[in-house]
Design a binder for this molecule. Sequence first.
Ligand code: ATP
Ligand code: MG
Length: 456
Amino acid sequence: EQRFHLPHLTDVYADAMSYPSTFCLRMRTPVNEDFADGYPSDEKWHGYINNNDRVLLKVIRYSSPTSAGAECIDPNCTWVEQWVHRAGPREKIYYKPENVKAAIVTCGGLCPGLNDVIRQIVITLEIYGVKNIVGIPFGYRGFGKELAEMPLSRKVVQNVHLSGGSLLGVSRGGPNVSEIVDSMEERGINMLFVLGGNGTHAGANAIHDECRKRQLKVAVVGVPKTIDNDILLMDKTFGFDTAVEEAQRAINSAYIEAHSAYRGIGIVKLMGRSSGFIAMQASLASGQIDVCLIPEVPFHLHGPHGVLRHLKYLLETKGSAVVCVAEGAGQNFLEKTNAKDASGNIVFGDIGVHIQQETKKYFKDIGDPADVKYIDPTYMIRACRANASDGILCTVLGQNAVHGAFAGYSGITVGICNTHYVYLPIPEVISYPKVLDPNSRMWHRCLTSTGQPDFV
Ligand code: ATP
Ligand code: MG
């Protein structure tokens, strides 16, 4: 077994030594390894998934290491395969349903689809025969003493997906990992389903480690919740599709406002702390954006090649303009406050407001004012109900989270990779956020669509 060091896969092994190279993401240790044979699963899941099943994550074949969009891991190798573990029900399970107490917790910010995932986890647990299912209220905070757990059943969750938000409530901050595990021990929780972003998953991973340290037979399974779609290796995360669809509505309103005004400029700020996927996709989908600004691509506002000069040109030639900016873009223009939220995340300055003010000032200073309107649809988007495509994604992820726990896996998260549903070890997917590649074909398609120049 030859080990390779890859920049973005920390624990991989080569299945084959010859080219094409093959890499596989290792699963975390099953939690009940002392019951090596497991119990036969009573349920009929219309076929089981073998533990050795793999999903091909990607095969890229490039004719030269410099091909556009090609990610060259080894310059001597032009063909790389990466494999991950297939998700789904296993024939042998490592918990007796009557001994399970399952808990679900949702942390971080809201994202369309949270209720859909909660609902499917509860329904699937009940099909396995689990009777004791609880919701932890308000994120990890709910592990404190003062908040009571919420009993969950199919009856309770039947219609929760019809509205946005989280039935359980969300929060940032809360007790430390050791206190959380103390509380889980006290409550007798042996399956924990954690819905949240990178912070929540870091927490879930730490809870998994602490449970292993204390030799508790607890399965900790995550479902990645990030509206920004910034999780490594995954095709997309739930809520992203809905966010793009809703963002389009905000862009359309900004377009109508700008188009109907004399020298109108619309500015829309969208989510995306470190990656501009929502801004790019919404710009591509709407076809109404003239300037798309994302965290991955530096830009100037002022100067001969700045955004403002381009807006002047657009007003002269088209009469109006619409700008879409991701929240993490252009943070270098804003004064650093060092403010942090309860989870320790840096609070960003408002780039949307900054661009609005600079735009107003610029056109006033040149003696030809513009009518600038700013829309920040963030909270309207986050609170939406999941659309059809996200509803389906949530359903499959929720079901697979439960199958993963029953299969005895812990410290894992579920996702969709290369159109297949898979289990991934948490540390591999949260080591850093997935960002948009400014050299990718998709970003260049976006630039072609907006017609914007480089702003540097
Ligand atoms: P969002 O995408 O909405 O920001 P998130 O999961 O990243 O979601 P955070 O507020 O960063 O949201 O974290 C959620 C929870 O995870 C908080 O309760 C926080 O205390 C906890 N948490 C964050 N980072 C860690 C960590 N490194 N170890 C343990 N717990 C953590
Ligand atoms: Mg986060």
